[in-house]
Design a protein around this ligand. Sequence first.
Ligand code: NAD
Ligand code: AHE
Ligand code: ZN
Length: 369
Amino acid sequence: MDVKAAVAYAAGEPLSIETIQLEGPKEGEVLVEIKATGVCHTDAYTLSGKDPEGLFPTILGHEGAGIVVEVGEGVKSVKPGDHVIPLYTPECRQCKFCLSQKTNLCQAIRATQGKGLMPDGTSRFSVNGKPLYHYMGTSTFANYTVLPEIAVAKIREDAPFDKVCYIGCGVTTGIGAVIFTAKVEPGAKVVVFGLGGIGLNVIQGCRMVGADRIVGVDLNPSKRSIAEQFGMTHFVNPKEIRGDLVAHLIELTDGGADYSFECIGNVQVMRQALECCHKGWGVCTIIGVAGAGEEISTRPFQLVTGRVWKGSAFGGARGRTDVPKIVDWYMDHKINIDDLITHTLPLNQINDAFDLMHHGESIRSVVLF
Ligand code: NAD
Ligand code: AHE
Ligand code: ZN
C-alpha cells in the first residue's frame, strides 16, 4: 500500500515528505495506522549521524500511537480496531531477559531491530522498489507502519492519540527511571540534569513518589518555570555558578544527592551526575544517549566510596504490561502530559519540530497525521 512518510535519506539532511510503499503484515506482525507521533531527541541523535546503529535511508520515529488495521497469521493479543502504542523495547514474556524479571530489555528481536529490519530479516518499507530501513522497530514517522505483535501495547480507546503517543518514549522513560530503575523513595534529595522532554518527566516522577528536594540543572533558563510547575524545588544554571558545579550541588543537597539523573547525553555531565551523589549510597541513573565513540570516566574511588552508576532504557518499563497502566495514570490525571506538548504540527512540517528542539524552544512536538 502507499503510505505518507518522512524519509531520512542521509545523516544531517532534512526529512523528505513522500509517498512510499509498505508491505502488509507477515506472520506475527501487525499493521498499525499511526495517528500521532512525538519527536524525541533520540530521533535527532540518529539523524545527526552520531548513532553507531544509524542506518540510511530510513523512516525514523519511535513515540507513536495508533490503531491496528490488519494482523498477520498467528497474532492473538491484538485485533483490528485496537488502539496501541508501538514499543521500541518489546516484551515477549518468553526470552531469558523477560523471564529473569531483572530487566525490561527483551532481546527476542533486538538483533534485527538494530539492523533496521523486521524479525524475518527483511524490510516492509520501500520507495520506487528500493528498500528503506525500519528504525528502533517502530518507524512512526509514517501514517502506517508494520510492527511485531510483541512490540505493541494495547491501550484503552478513550485515550487521545495526540497526548498518549508521548508515553511511547519520553513519559515512560522519565517517570519509569524514577519508579522502576532508581526506585526513588519519599523524602529523597534528587538532582536532574537536563530539563527537556525526558528530564521534566523525571521531575514529575520524583514529585509523584514524594521526593523532598528536586534540583534541576539546565543551561537554558527558559526551562525553569515549566520545571517548577512539574515539581522542581531548586534551579541551577551551570553558566551562573562561579566555582565548581559539583560542589555547589553537594551543598544544595546537604552532602550529596540520594539520586541523580542525566537526561542530556553529555559524557562530561554524566561524570558530574555521579560525583554530585552522596557518599556511601547515592545512585546516578544515566538516561541520555551519547554519540559513537564517547566514553564516561571518573575516579574509581567515587565508586569505591559507595556511589553507584546505573542506566535506564525506556525507564525500565515492561511495555505491554506497564504502558497501559501509564495511560491510565494520564487519564486519571495522576500525571500531566498536556503541558509538556508545546507544539503540534502536520507531517509536512516535521522538520520544524527538529528545529524547535535544537533551538530549545519546545519541550515535545507532536506530529499529527
Ligand atoms: P531535549 O533536547 O528535550 O532536552 C535536553 C535538555 O538538556 C535541554 O533542556 C538542554 O537545554 C539541556 N542541556 C543540554 N546540554 C546541557 C548541559 N551541558 N548542562 C545542562 N543542561 C543541558 O532532549 P530529550 O528528548 O529530553 O532527551 C534527553 C536525552 O535522553 C537524549 O540524549 C535522548 O537521546 C535520551 N533518551 C534516552 C532514553 C532512554 O531510554 N535511555 C529515552 C529517550 C531519550
Ligand atoms: N543505538 C545507540 C543507543 C541508543 C539507545 O541507547 N537507545 C535507548 C532508547 S532511546 C529512546 O529515545 C535504548 O532503549 N537502548 C536500549 C537498546 O537496546 O537499544 C547505540 O549507541 O548503539
Ligand atoms: Zn525517545
